[in-house]
Ligand binder design. Structure first.
Ligand SMILES: Nc1ncnc2c1ncn2[C@@H]1O[C@H](COP(=O)(O)OP(=O)(O)OP(=O)(O)O)[C@@H](O)[C@H]1O
Length: 261
C-alpha cells in the first residue's frame, strides 16, 4: 500500500494546525513523523485515518482518496494505534483484539476458526496471550498499549498508523514493538518522540514544526544538529551506535548548567 498526503492542510477550532503538507510512504516502508509537542503530528495522522477531514488537499491510499472510501473500507485497509484508549468497558483482552476483525465481516457474520486463529497469533506477537481472559480495564498502561497493537495486527491492515506507540512501554517492549513493526513489512507511518528510536528503526523521517514539514530524508539527513536545534531548541551531538552502527544522538540544553551529566 502506498500512502500519500498531497498538499494537506487541517484546522482545529478555526486555527490552521497542518499547513500544506506533502509526504508519502512507499509500500513496505517504515516512516517516522517527528516534531515537538503541539507541532501537529497527531492532527496530520487523524486526517490519514479518517477522523479529521482535511481543510484542503488529499490523502491517497494507492490511487484512492481516503475521504471517498467508506469508513468500513478505510478500516479494512488501515490499522491504527493511537493514544486514546477505548473507554474501559468491561471487555476482556481477547474481545478487544477480536474487534480488529469487525471491518472484515458482514453485519451478522459470526467469528469463525480463522478469526480465532488470527486473534491468537496477534496476542502471541505482543506476548499478551496469557492475558486473554483478563478484563482490559485492569491492565497497566503498557499492557493496554500492547493489546491495542494486537488489535491492529488482527485487523491485517495494509497500512499501519501508530501515534506514539512506545508510550507507556518499558525499554524491552519499546524495542520489541519497533522490531515487530520493522519485520512485519507493512507500510507504516508512526510518530515517535524518542529520536534515537526514530533513527534506529525508520527508513525515512519527516520533521514537522508548527504544522509544516521543514526537513525530510534518511535519519542522517533529517536529524542534523542544525535541524534539531532549530526545531527542538537543544544542542545535539551525533555519533554511531557501537553495536548497530545506527545514528545516535545525545542532547544538551541550549543553556546547560555546569555539572549536567
Ligand atoms: N480539539 C482541538 N481544538 C483546538 N485545538 C486543538 C485540538 N486538538 C489539538 N489542538 C491543538 O493543535 C495543535 C497540534 O496538536 P497535535 O496533537 O496535533 O500535536 P502533536 O504534534 O501530536 O503534539 P504532541 O507531541 O504533544 O502529542 C496543538 O497546539 C493543540 O493544542
Amino acid at each position: 500500500m502506498h500512502l500519500e498526503a498531497r498538499n494537506v492542510s487541517a484546522e482545529l477550532a478555526g486555527r490552521r494546525i497542518v499547513k500544506a503538507v506533502n509526504m508519502h510512504v512507499k509500500p513496505g516502508e517504515l516512516v517516522g513523523l517527528i516534531g515537538p509537542n503541539g507541532s501537529g503530528k497527531s492532527t496530520l495522522l487523524r486526517t490519514v485515518y479518517r477522523i479529521l477531514r482535511p481543510r484542503a488537499g488529499q490523502i491517497l491510499l494507492n490511487t484512492d482518496d481516503v475521504w471517498k472510501l467508506s469508513a468500513r473500507e478505510s478500516a479494512r485497509r488501515t490499522g491504527v494505534v493511537v493514544q486514546e484508549s477505548p473507554h474501559d468497558f468491561e471487555f476482556t483482552v481477547r474481545e478487544i483484539v477480536k474487534m480488529g476483525r469487525i471491518p472484515h465481516k458482514g453485519m451478522l457474520a459470526r467469528d469463525n476458526q480463522d478469526d480465532e486463529e488470527i486473534v491468537t497469533q496477534a496476542l502471541e506477537r505482543v506476548q499478551m496471550l496469557s492475558f486473554s481472559a483478563r478484563s482490559y480495564a485492569t491492565l497497566s498502561g503498557g499492557e493496554k498499549q500492547r493489546v491495542l497493537v494486537a488489535r491492529a495486527l488482527a485487523q491485517q491492515p495494509q497500512l499501519f498508523i501508530l501515534d506514539e506507540p512506545t508510550n507507556h512501554l518499558d525499554i524491552q517492549h519499546q524495542l520489541e514493538l519497533l522490531e515487530l513493526v520493522h519485520t512485519i513489512g507493512i507500510t507504516t507511518l508512526l510518530t515517535l518522540h524518542d529520536l534515537n528510536l526514530a533513527a534506529a528503526y525508520c527508513q525515512r523521517l519527516y520533521v514537522l514544526a508548527q504544522g509544516e514539514i521543514i526537513a525530510e530524508g534518511t535519519p542522517e539527513q533529517a536529524l542534523t544538529p542544525e535541524i534539531i536545534k532549530q526545531v527542538f531548541h537543544v544542542h545535539a551531538v551525533t555519533g554511531r551506535h557501537p553495536l548497530t552502527g545506527c545514528l545516535q544522538l545525545s542532547f544538551v540544553p541550549l543553556h546547560a548548567t555546569e555539572g549536567v551529566c
